[in-house]
Design a protein around this ligand. Structure first.
Ligand code: PYC
Length: 395
């Protein structure tokens, strides 16, 4: 799928973080701009960070006029990705429902539906009768602690096979001669005359024409190596997977009130996610209170699952910005240093379009319009992109 290499003395572009975002940026640097003297460095194995520790939900039913077109462009790229890479990424667009259990949450969903429609995203508010028809196994009665009042229905939403996306991009990068270096931790950077010159790794130093920080979890640590402070806090996000059942659920079900989301995989397992841990940490282990919370709220939605056994539980770590929107752009403090970080709980779904836009920025020096609102400068000038209301899970 991809080869091993000795680390060379220098590259045109060094990408720190070989997860799905780093791979996508490398892929578009190579395929769209012919920049192939590129190294992807990762401290662990490929796809072992947040790219392998998510619930692989893809959607574009965001809230803001900045976020909606951006994530919509990502869904469009995901729709073509299997053909683009010659590799099946198993994208199933079987629909996504965000449930509203309170008047306030229904108002929020209505705003999202209207913003989505104006911006060409297929999404609408539906009510219990239609919800029951779409998902007959969901408890739409008055029994639960928080009965379901309405849902935001987003037909193009769905799930993807996250490791297939990582491997597909990695294979395509390798075929273009782009080097992937797992187990190559970056421990420092050299800066001279206000410019990044290269990175120091546990395998030696390499010079770089440009450095792109695409780490998840360690974004602020890596940016601090060149003196760029980021307004990020890092929280774990836990999920679990159950034993397989016969197919009974073909929609992604999300409840932001209960902070739980559930989908059934092609193998029949349920993938269930929780809200982010209430404390900051880099710990990637599951905890019993969160498992109990996921079970309790899943049973509120699907009481018939009370005998279902959990097979495994994991956590990824999320770098969260003050407005719950990512940071994409070039640093002001030091030249040749680029960032595609701060994805919070939205990272996997945005990888193709952020990779494409970051590649354009690095190759041409011009920031594509789609990512201009996500510049790191926004925190200085106060133009925030409040995307928290579209999170499946926030604090
Ligand atoms: O935003 O769809 C989402 C999501 C699901 C799990 C974490 N984030």
């Amino acid at each position: 799928m991809w080869r091993s290499h000795e680390l060379r003395r220098g590259y045109d572009v060094v990408i720190v973080g070989a997860g799905v975002h780093g791979l996508a940026a490398a892929y578009y640097l190579g395929s769209a701009y012919g920049i192939r003297n590129v190294a992807l460095l990762d401290k662990g194995y490929l796809g072992g960070g947040s790219s392998g520790r998510n619930t692989a939900i893809i959607r574009s039913n965001y809230r803001t006029t900045e976020g909606i077109p951006f994530y919509n462009a990502s869904v469009r790229l995901y729709e073509e990705l299997s053909q683009e890479l010659g590799w099946n990424v198993l994208f199933s667009q079987h629909g996504h429902l965000t449930l509203g259990h309170t008047d306030a949450s229904v108002t929020g969903l209505r705003i999202r539906a209207e913003n989505n429609q104006v911006l060409g995203v297929d999404s609408r508010l539906i009510f219990p009768e239609e919800i029951r028809r779409l998902v007959p196994t969901l408890d739409v009665s008055k029994r639960p602690h928080f009965p379901i009042l309405a849902a935001l229905y987003h037909p193009p939403g769905g799930v993807i096979r996250h490791d297939a996306v990582v491997w597909g991009y990695a294979r395509a990068c390798d075929r273009m001669g782009i080097e992937i270096h797992p187990f190559t931790e970056v421990i420092g950077m050299s800066v001279k005359d206000g410019k990044v010159q290269g990175v120091k790794t546990r395998r030696g130093e390499v010079s770089a024409g440009a450095v792109l920080n695409v780490t998840a979890g360690w974004a602020s640590v890596v940016s601090a190596m060149v003196g760029v402070p980021l307004p990020i806090v890092t929280h774990p996000l836990q999920a679990c997977v159950t034993e397989p059942l016969k197919p009974f659920l073909d929609k992604v079900i999300v409840s932001a009130t209960l902070h739980v989301y559930v989908n059934q995989t092609d193998k029949g397992e349920l993938v269930i996610g929780a809200e982010i841990d209430p404390y900051q940490s880099y710990n990637m282990v599951g905890t019993l209170p969160t498992l109990e919370q996921m079970a309790t709220y899943t049973l509120d939605l699907f009481p018939q699952l009370h005998r279902l056994r959990v097979l495994r539980q994991w956590a990824g770590i999320c770098d969260i910005t003050p407005d719950y929107a990512p940071i994409m752009g070039v640093a002001q403090e030091v030249a040749n240093f680029y960032m595609d970080v701060g994805w919070g709980t939205y990272g996997f779904k945005s990888a193709p379009i952020s990779g494409k836009c970051m590649a354009e920025l690095i190759a041409t020096g011009t920031t594509p319009k789609l990512i201009q609102p996500f510049s790191p400068l926004r925190f200085k000038v106060g133009h925030l992109v409040g995307e928290k209301a579209a999170a499946a899970v926030s604090a």
